[in-house]
Write a protein that binds this ligand. Structure first.
Ligand code: SAH
Ligand code: ZN
Ligand code: ZN
Ligand code: ZN
Ligand code: ZN
Length: 592
């Protein structure tokens, strides 16, 4: 893959109402940067980071032909649900009085049924019995959409639900908007003694069967789009109107673009202020849930927020739950708040304690540093203070005299310098995109990781990687586990064939873009394979290859940067060239 010259993509936050529509509402304007310093803008789906989930694409500088427009209009029209929310919710009324054994839920049609309605669902997957608990806490039985890049659902463990609800109580919330937080919505709805009411706003339309249009709104948090139009929007406005004790809880998919999430949180805030006529300095309290290593990006987009030390636990996330597969320092996910941290006591039973000088609750291993004048741990480990760096660092780090700062023990001195200081905006070296004269407001995930790479351990990077990959197929990866070397060669073979084909395609730009997508897939696939092999056989050549590539990014031929850089964490790029990827002893031979 010669240098195609793509250097990353930024999102341009414009007035999206004028953008073309896909089935997920208004698309977003993106800008792709190329090595020659030029860029080109295009429209793509706001919700899907994978073009396989939503194929919408249009170059901004090209005219939308009427036939193309007709086609999209048709697709959008066909995507609108056959049955309205009200109709779907009515099924709940119909079955409510039946015994649990006489109720069914059809996962294929996403609907509740009576036992005797089965005949229309012969080839469907049905769940039964449906208990009363299921009906009021559907997240406990609806299969989570873990593998979809679109919806990526990771559900809170009940201990974390309790803590978050406790935080809402401390905020004296009387109404709560749950944006991507079904378990919090359920907890509030099922606990009348809390004296709170909740509105759930989520993209997952299955909840239509369980919550009325007053309590659940199908919503896209990346473009502030209400799928049921003005009626739903009015419902939402009614809910936020006149409520001074409104709080937002949001647990978005972690691969999503922070700048969009922040933009839309601010939009809700503005709409709330307008609806209530509150003073412009009043801030709507928000509990925003995101991983600790995204802290710089969260804070740069939401400057009034700080990160609590509480580790959010999940039921179905292998990395963030406290189970055997979980991280040894606990979950990487935290709650970001825009209220003083002293308002949020954390459970002493789980080892948290109050730090007087910091005036906040911190985890067991977070020891107060008198030099830094704070509890400095971010990741759950006890940090140590370095007198030379004049700050606290991760315990495993050492002060490197060559780099004049603390670094992971296995770091390569000055390795990052060349890589970090190449600007994605103009392609010149000497500064990062962040400082580029051409700089846009937006900084994407990849940029973030690049600029904070020094602070991340390989463990963090792997976790970030897993997290982004988690959206795209935990299951897929499990089953990839035993992919043979000859199958791998096949993949390479087809990839090369495809590349050849693309190079002859008449529409160069379209072909390039598709190529990028396929390459994303191939690269991340190979990355997974390498990780897996490295995990299983850390001493083989594959491990050292991986580390080598990891560190010598500059020297090795780069795979073209992908259209969605956030899927390829910095420093983890792997070129799908044949000879490099095979284990010791394998000799690559191309199948014809
Ligand atoms: N931990 C939370 C769930 C978080 S998973 C809990 O237990 O309640 C992320 C949630 O965001 C899911 O409910 C998912 O359906 C929703 N979501 C994903 N993409 C979205 C989007 N574009 N707009 C709105 N909600 C979305
Ligand atoms: Zn879409
Ligand atoms: Zn310190
Ligand atoms: Zn140091
Ligand atoms: Zn060094």
């Amino acid at each position: 893959m010669a240098n195609i010259g793509k250097l990353g993509v930024d999102v341009v936050i414009n007035n999206i109402e004028d953008n073309p529509l896909c089935i997920h509402g208004p698309t977003l304007l993106f800008e792709r940067f190329q090595s020659n310093g030029q860029s080109r803008q295009f429209y793509a789906c706001s919700a899907c980071r994978d073009r396989r989930d939503c194929a919408f694409f249009h170059w901004a500088d090209q005219k939308i032909t009427s036939s193309k427009k007709e086609l999209w209009d048709q697709v959008v029209k066909e995507s609108s649900p056959v049955r309205s929310h009200k109709e779907r919710y009515k099924c709940l009324e119909d079955i409510k009085d039946l015994a649990a054994a006489d109720r069914r839920y059809c996962t294929s049609c996403s609907t509740l049924l009576r036992k005797n309605e089965r005949q229309d669902h012969n080839s469907c997957v049905l769940i039964s019995p449906i208990t009363n608990k299921h009906l009021c806490s559907p997240s406990t039985f609806l299969p989570p959409k873990e593998s979809a890049k679109l919806e990526a659902q990771y559900l809170f463990a009940s201990s974390s639900v309790d803590i978050i609800v406790g935080m809402l109580q401390n905020l004296k919330a009387s109404r709560v908007v749950c944006v991507g937080a079904p378990r919090i919505h359920e907890a509030i709805t099922n606990s009348p003694h809390l004296n709170m009411s909740s509105l759930m706003m989520d993209i997952d339309d299955r909840y239509c069967s369980f919550f009325s249009p007053e309590r659940f709104i199908r919503y896209n948090m990346f473009n502030h789009h209400f799928f049921d139009g003005q009626k739903a929007k009015t419902m939402y406005q009614k809910f936020i109107l006149g409520c001074e004790n409104l709080v937002i809880v949001s647990d978005p998919p972690f691969g999503g673009r922070m700048e969009l999430l922040a933009h839309n949180l601010n939009k809700i805030q503005e709409e709330w202020k307008k609806a209530c006529g509150v003073h412009s300095q009043t801030q709507l309290p928000v509990l925003f849930i995101f991983p600790y290593f995204m802290e710089p990006q969260v804070i740069s987009n939401l400057p009034n927020f700080t990160m609590l030390d509480y580790q959010v636990d999940y039921d179905n996330h292998p990395l963030y739950s406290s189970g055997p597969k979980g991280m040894k320092n606990g979950s990487a996910v935290r709650v970001f708040v825009n209220r003083p941290q002293s308002m949020f006591p954390l459970p002493e039973s789980e080892g948290y304690h109050f730090c007087q000088p910091c005036d906040r609750w911190v985890s067991l291993n977070n020891k107060h540093c008198n030099e830094c004048n704070g509890c400095m741990s971010k990741d759950g480990k006890t940090y140590k203070h370095c007198d030379l760096c004049k700050k606290c660092v991760k315990p495993s780090w050492i002060h490197c005299s060559k780099c004049s700062r603390c670094q992971p023990q296995d770091h390569k001195c000055h390795a990052q310098a060349g890589q970090v200081l190449t600007c994605h905006m103009c392609g010149r070296s000497g500064h990062k995109r962040k400082d580029c004269p051409k700089r846009k407001e937006e900084v994407d995930v990849e940029e973030l990781v690049m600029s904070h790479e020094q602070e991340l351990t390989p463990e963090d990077l792997q976790q970030l990687d897993e997290m982004l990959e988690a959206d795209s197929g935990e299951e897929e990866r499990e089953s990839d586990d035993h992919m043979s070397t000859s199958d791998l060669k096949d993949v390479v073979h087809y990839w090369e064939k495809f590349r050849n084909l693309a190079s002859r395609h008449p529409d160069v730009e379209e072909a390039e873009l598709t190529l990028c997508d396929v390459e994303d897939t191939v690269v991340s696939f190979f990355k997974n394979q390498l990780m897996m092999r490295r995990r299983n056989a850390p001493q083989t050549k594959i491990g050292s290859f991986f580390t080598k590539r990891h560190r010598e990014n500059d020297a090795s031929p780069q795979p073209s940067t992908s259209r969605r850089r956030e899927n390829v964490p910095a420093g983890e790029s792997v070129s799908p060239e044949v000879p490099d990827i095979f284990m010791e002893g394998d000799s690559p031979s191309k199948k014809q």
